[in-house]
Design a protein around this ligand. Structure first.
Ligand code: AMP
Length: 542
């Protein structure tokens, strides 16, 4: 009220000022002077007011469903609404760099079904892939009959023997998309090369960035292989690795799941042989080819002599090792990273139209808070969820914050488990299973939990800290709204800092323009790593 009154008075003064300026030339009347900056500010505010009034008038005519629902309704956005020329002032978060905007919020409202399930009626059935009987039996036991969109495209390509780059939105069924054909081809190889199969000679290797993801894939693999003679095996790093290497761990294995560090050590010690290897798969490829892992991964590919051939070969009859890259974000600069080893141009690209898009089927709320309000708000949300029995995953950027948050929630009677890179891997696994089994309904984690994990019971993702990269936002949010999720899910993100607003503008713009997000590239880290190192000196690299 006071503010608008002030603007009105200033407006009058400006008018007088103009009048007096003209008069001064003609009649030499006394001159009223005003600071130029103030004048500009008032004019700008007037312009903005007019623009908002115009938008409000236009919006009131929209009858289509709401896609962005804002506290200040004039910023609402409806399905099918377009903008002639994009003015950043139409963003609800435009003024969020100003402290006075604290308390504002907006929500991306779900407007369509999970894209992974789109067009299911036109897809083939799993039986159409003519998998061998044991594998089909395992699949039946898992209860899956119809492939998801990405599965219906990826499975035939891998069965054809192509080197595949598969990129699809989080939770769209990518694991089965590569696992089923890989297992089918192992079955073919076993039939072709019957006879002794030495230990530590995998026929396929799946590399993943974390122990938890490795365990998860091993679990799916074991269930699929229950009615076959295929032997899955997994190795992860951690405390016992030295002993295992010294002792010369040996096991029969057809398909091996591993994290890069430990596999490199096993290969270095001559404990893993590639004589029977026919397929290498990189799951969460963008992370594996990011700076944190790429040198280890490249060294593994060289040691395994992975030289995927160009073109394709019929199932089980190819020279060279088949190579599959999988992820929810497409790694950029592939040529420069793996071009020496793999013919990148010849990769069969299977990408979903929705990759790098915001999820259209999960509500995503952004809250502009004062820094001092974050603790109180997270406790409130987590406590309400706990009372309703809704599993919650709270993300922070740093391990220190993660420990602090866990303690804060505990002090406020919200029992929770922790997951970050500082906690030893074995302990992490047991804490993780406490959450997965439903013993605890709240998990506080860093980005170590944001990639690949199939947390079907999670109902609410809370970004206590805004993630420093758009790719991290996509992965964190993707822990809900998965194919097979038990609840529809929701995401809430706290915004307090100026740099967070910059990233939010990208997200809100993509939502309003119905476009893919830009710069969704984990390896952008390299380019701005110095900036990040300054902002997040202890950020976890997992
Ligand atoms: P993923 O993206 O591989 O982590 O899979 C996400 C979730 O979808 C997992 O819980 C899978 O069990 C489930 N899922 C995968 N494929 C199918 C399918 N064809 N039908 C139903 N659920 C599936």
């Amino acid at each position: 009220m006071e503010r608008s009154y002030l603007f009105r008075v200033l407006d009058q003064l400006i008018r007088c000022h103009r009048l007096s300026s003209t008069n001064i030339i003609n009649n030499s009347l006394p001159r009223i002077t005003l600071p130029q900056k103030m004048v500009q500010k008032v004019e700008k505010a007037k312009e903005r007011k007019e623009l908002l009034a115009l938008q409000k008038k236009r919006r009131s005519t929209f009858k289509s469903p709401l896609v962005i629902s804002c506290k200040r309704e004039q910023f609402n956005h409806h399905k099918g609404q377009t903008y002639s020329g994009f003015d950043p002032k139409i963003l609800a978060s435009h003024g969020w760099k100003n402290k006075q905007s604290a308390g504002d919020h907006f929500t991306l409202v779900p407007y369509s079904q999970n894209p992974a399930l789109e067009g299911r009626n036109h897809h083939p059935n799993f039986t159409d892939f003519e998998l061998h009987a044991g594998l089909q039996e395992g699949l039946d036991q898992l209860g899956y009959t119809e492939p998801t969109h990405i599965q219906s495209q990826t499975i035939p390509a891998i069965l054809e023997g192509d080197d595949v780059l598969c990129a699809a939105e989080t939770g769209s069924g990518k694991t089965l998309a590569y696992l089923l054909p890989a297992l089918e081809m192992i079955h073919h190889q076993k039939q072709r090369l019957s006879g002794d199969h030495p230990p530590n000679c995998p026929r396929a290797i799946i590399l993943t960035p974390s122990r938890e993801l490795t365990d998860q894939i091993l679990d799916v693999c074991q269930r699929l292989c229950e009615y076959t003679d295929i032997q899955p095996y997994a190795i992860c790093g951690g405390r016992g690795t030295k002993h295992r290497l010294a002792w010369g761990e040996k096991a029969n294995m057809d398909i091996l799941m591993a994290t890069p560090g430990v596999l490199r050590k096993f290969l270095g010690a001559g404990l893993m042989k590639s004589g029977f290897l026919q397929h290498v798969i990189l799951d969460e490829a963008d992370s594996l080819l990011d700076d944190s892992f790429s040198s280890e991964v490249m060294s593994i590919l060289q040691k395994l002599r992975v030289t995927a051939s160009s073109g394709h070969a019929a199932a089980g009859h190819r020279d060279g090792t088949q190579f599959t890259l999988v992820g929810a974000t497409i790694p950029r600069g592939l040529e420069e990273k793996i071009g020496d080893t793999i013919a990148v141009d010849s990769l069969h690209r299977v990408t979903s139209d929705h990759v790098h898009h915001l999820m259209p089927h999960v509500p995503q709320t952004f809250l502009r808070l004062k820094p001092s309000q974050k603790a109180e708000t997270v406790v409130q949300l987590a406590r309400t969820n706990q009372q309703k029995g809704l599993p919650t995953l709270v993300f922070s950027n740093r391990s220190e914050t993660c420990f602090w948050l866990s303690e804060l929630l505990r002090e406020n009677a919200v029992s929770n488990v922790l997951m970050n890179a500082v906690i030893q891997e074995k302990r992490r696994s047991s804490l993780f299973s406490r959450f997965q089994s439903g013993e605890t309904d709240v998990m506080v984690a860093t980005d170590i939990a944001s990639r690949g994990l199939d947390l079907l019971r999670v109902h609410h993702v809370i970004n206590f800290d805004f993630p420093p990269f758009v790719s991290d936002y996509i992965h964190r949010a993707g822990r809900v709204g998965r194919v097979g999720s038990h609840t529809p899910g929701q995401v809430t993100t706290f915004i307090t800092k100026k740099w967070e607003v910059d990233l939010l503008w990208q997200i809100e713009t993509a939502a309003r323009k119905h476009q893919a997000l830009h710069n969704v590239n984990a390896n952008i880290k390299r380019k701005i790593s110095s900036v990040i190192a300054r902002k997040f000196p202890h950020r976890d690299v997992y």
